[in-house]
Design a protein around this ligand. Structure first.
Ligand code: ADP
Ligand code: MG
Length: 682
């Protein structure tokens, strides 16, 4: 018997070449292979007669070969084999392309099981390249539910199927980790059966059950991991902050805080004075004023003798936070530093030295720069802006640095309850459910190309009133095929032919950090009337004088993303507008975009987005910071998640530290899942 940790190369037929192909799919061990789950199934169990075959509906049928297959060589690289088959209900002509080698197996007068769909034209019905198997051969591609695997070039489904089956034949699947009582309560298959059934289900129903079991298991492991993280943090000790007096800080602010901001700050102060590391999320819609909450938290850390770090997801945002926070904190006597990739090596070195020596109290930078090699003198608080790019795995990595700073994450992405459970399972949450006073709702319109001249007039009108506009394009460079407006090309068109008299600026992700910074700074100083940009401006950018956003080909974006983008306007006191353009006439697409015109409630938009696109697309797996779920991504369902969470919470309470084989196996699996998640961090 082989072990799960054995390399795939111990299998027959897996030489260096195939091992390399498998490695491309991240499959190295037998366990990886057994956990390489199908992305779907084809039900090939239905057996019909030749006369029952329907166009474009593939099915299995049993038929006899009525003549010797004839192969014609049409030209170099094209051989066509023709053969006729029949059962008692009718005859059928089969055509194969370049399959002489396979079709040689078809023998005149013998019966086979075929799988394929008929298609027809004026010459009659026929079938192209069906799969077939001899009657006495074991069913591999016919007469079964066929798993369809994620593949890579050079590796066919049939080979994957065989290789996985071989792995399951030579070693036991992963051990059971779900307590029997849990399995009984939720009608969950035992591990062993589920692993066999997911790769070779007897029916579509069994495939579903197997999937449900594995999804449940994945959620169970993940939730249990979150609970353990939470419990471990709760046991950690820090020196409680003594000084929570913020009067001087408030006096330095140019405005009074909203009730929601004050509440969040009070919750943070409570956390910091408690004596265990804070682990809190501040969730608030775009424009709700999260930066000030972060600033107050930093002030608390600094006045208690600690350094604070603010991590932003992009350089632009880091720049902006640096600009506003250094202005705020200078009069209060704190020194703020900026650490981004655009600094020269010497500048970076200097800043890092100042941080290490404690001459700087607040450091603003991008994620990478603040987690890599930066050594702090006495880091007390880490603030991560835009939480969905800073997931569970990153949070646990930070804790693992051994410093155990207080952690505050800020998210502008309203996240549906379902995903929130997954993403923030280990966090306390403060919600900013109130916008600063005097904000006007951004008026949003959906328009077609026929409104182009009116859009242009509108942009001109904003400029005439001294306001600025954003024009957001879905791509950097022109993509002929899709016809989507590329930022560079569009910026040029606007400048040369539409608005020769206005100042058009361009911003996209492929520009160098310093360039981006210059463009952004100039725009915020009012030195451009129109900023043509890609989604690099999606997060956090704050230019209150901008009152119009035109989003070109809006159908290319997700709803939540559009909502984020729209949040870049309406940040000042003037009425602001968002114009969504689309040439897409698909009624669903139009309905989706119209929903955005009707509401500015980020939570409702997020729920709608999740409903329409599913969780996989909601953030893009990479960005979510969630572990790469193996099955859960494929069939995400709230019901299973809730059940798994309830079950895991109970399990942690009762046997979290138990020394049973099941509990040990589960703890090991938690470790693996979180390590895998960290592997996808960058
Ligand atoms: P977000 O929550 O999207 O990060 P910001 O912190 O960038 O929002 O704040 C948006 C704008 O509102 C900023 O210009 C900020 O200075 C301003 N602001 C924040 N809090 C208040 C407040 N209490 N009253 C008035 N303006 C505020
Ligand atoms: Mg912000």
């Amino acid at each position: 018997m082989a072990k799960l940790t054995d390399p795939v190369s111990i299998l027959k037929g897996v030489g260096p070449a195939k091992a390399k192909l498998l490695a491309a799919l991240n499959i190295h061990t037998l366990q990886d292979l057994i956990c390489h789950f199908p992305r779907g199934y084809e039900d090939r169990t239905r057996l019909v007669t030749v006369s029952e075959l329907e166009p474009d509906r593939p099915a299995c049928f049993r038929a006899m070969v009525m003549n010797t297959p004839r192969t014609s060589h049409i030209r170099k690289g094209l051989d066509i084999t023709r053969v006729q088959v029949a059962d008692h209900t009718g005859r059928l002509n089969l055509t194969f392309f370049n399959q002489k080698f396979t079709t040689d197996q078809l023998q005149y007068g013998r019966e086979y099981i075929f799988y394929g769909a008929v298609s027809g034209d004026y010459t009659g019905y026929g079938m192209t390249s069906p799969s077939f198997e001899a009657l006495d051969a074991p069913p591999v591609t016919t007469r079964r539910v066929l798993p369809i695997y994620p593949l890579t070039a050079g590796l066919s489904n049939a080979v994957m199927l065989k290789t996985v089956a071989q792995a399951l034949a030579v070693c036991d699947p992963p051990a059971e980790i779900l307590p029997e009582q849990v399995r009984r309560e939720y009608g969950i298959l035992p591990a062993e059966r589920a692993y066999y059934a997911i790769h070779a289900p007897a029916s579509m129903e069994e495939a579903e059950l197997a999937k449900k079991r594995l999804v449940f298991e994945e959620f169970f492991v993940f939730s249990a991991g979150l609970s353990l993280m939470r419990a471990a943090r709760a046991e950690k000790r820090t020196d409680p902050y003594q000084n929570r007096e913020l009067t001087a800080f408030y006096a330095a602010l140019p405005f009074a805080l909203t009730g929601a901001q004050s509440r969040a700050i009070a919750e943070i102060a409570d956390d910091l004075c408690r004596g265990t590391p804070m682990n809190r999320l501040v969730q608030g819609d775009v424009g709700s004023g999260k930066t000030m909450v972060a600033a107050a938290a930093a002030q608390l850390a600094m006045q208690n003798g600690y350094q604070a770090a603010l991590m932003a997801p992009t350089e632009i945002l880091a720049e902006q936070h640096y600009a506003s926070l250094s202005k705020l904190f200078a009069p209060l006597g704190w020194s703020v530093a900026l650490l981004t990739g655009s600094l020269t090596p010497k500048q970076k070195k200097d800043v890092r030295r100042q941080i290490a020596e404690g001459q700087v109290q607040l450091v603003v930078g991008t994620h990478a720069l603040l987690t890599d090699t930066t050594v702090f003198h006495d880091l007390g608080l880490v603030i991560a802006d835009e939480q969905h790019r800073f997931g569970v795995a990153q949070r646990s990595a930070l804790g693992a640095k051994g410093t155990d700073p207080h952690l505050l994450v800020m998210s502008a992405t309203p996240i549906p309850r379902t995903l929130a459970l997954l993403m923030y399972g280990d966090l306390e949450v403060s919600v900013l459910d109130e916008l600063p006073p005097g904000r006007q709702q951004v008026q949003t319109f959906l328009v077609g190309e026929n409104m182009r001249s009116r859009i242009n007039t509108f942009i001109r009108k904003q400029a005439a009133e001294g306001h600025q506009s954003y024009v957001v394009c879905p791509a950097v460079e022109e993509n002929e095929e899709l016809g989507i407006k590329a930022a560079t090309v569009w910026a040029e068109t606007l400048q040369k032919t539409v608005f020769p008299d206005l100042r058009i600026a361009l911003l996209h992700g492929q520009m160098k950090g310093t360039e981006k910074e210059e463009v952004m700074t100039a725009f915020s100083r009012g030195e451009a009337d129109v900023l043509v940009a890609t989604t690099v401006i999606e997060v956090g950018v704050d230019v209150p004088n901008a009152t119009l956003m035109v989003i070109e080909d809006a159908d290319r974006f997700g709803l939540s993303q559009l909502h984020q983008l729209r949040g870049r306007v309406g940040r000042g006191s003037a009425q602001s507008y968002c114009i969504l353009t689309t040439q897409n006439r698909n009624p669903e697409t139009v309905a989706r975009l119209k929903a955005l015109c009707k509401t500015t409630d980020g939570f409702r938009i997020a729920e709608e987005d999740l409903r329409l696109r599913g969780p996989g697309d909601f953030f893009g797996a990479r960005q979510s910071g969630l572990p790469a779920f193996r099955v859960a991504d494929l069939s995400f369902d709230l019901q299973t998640l809730k059940q798994a969470q309830a079950a895991s919470a109970q399990w942690i309470d009762t046997q979290g530290t138990a020394d049973t084989p099941e509990a040990r196996a589960l703890r090991q699996r938690i470790g693996e899942l979180f390590r895998r998640a960290q592997g996808t961090m960058n």
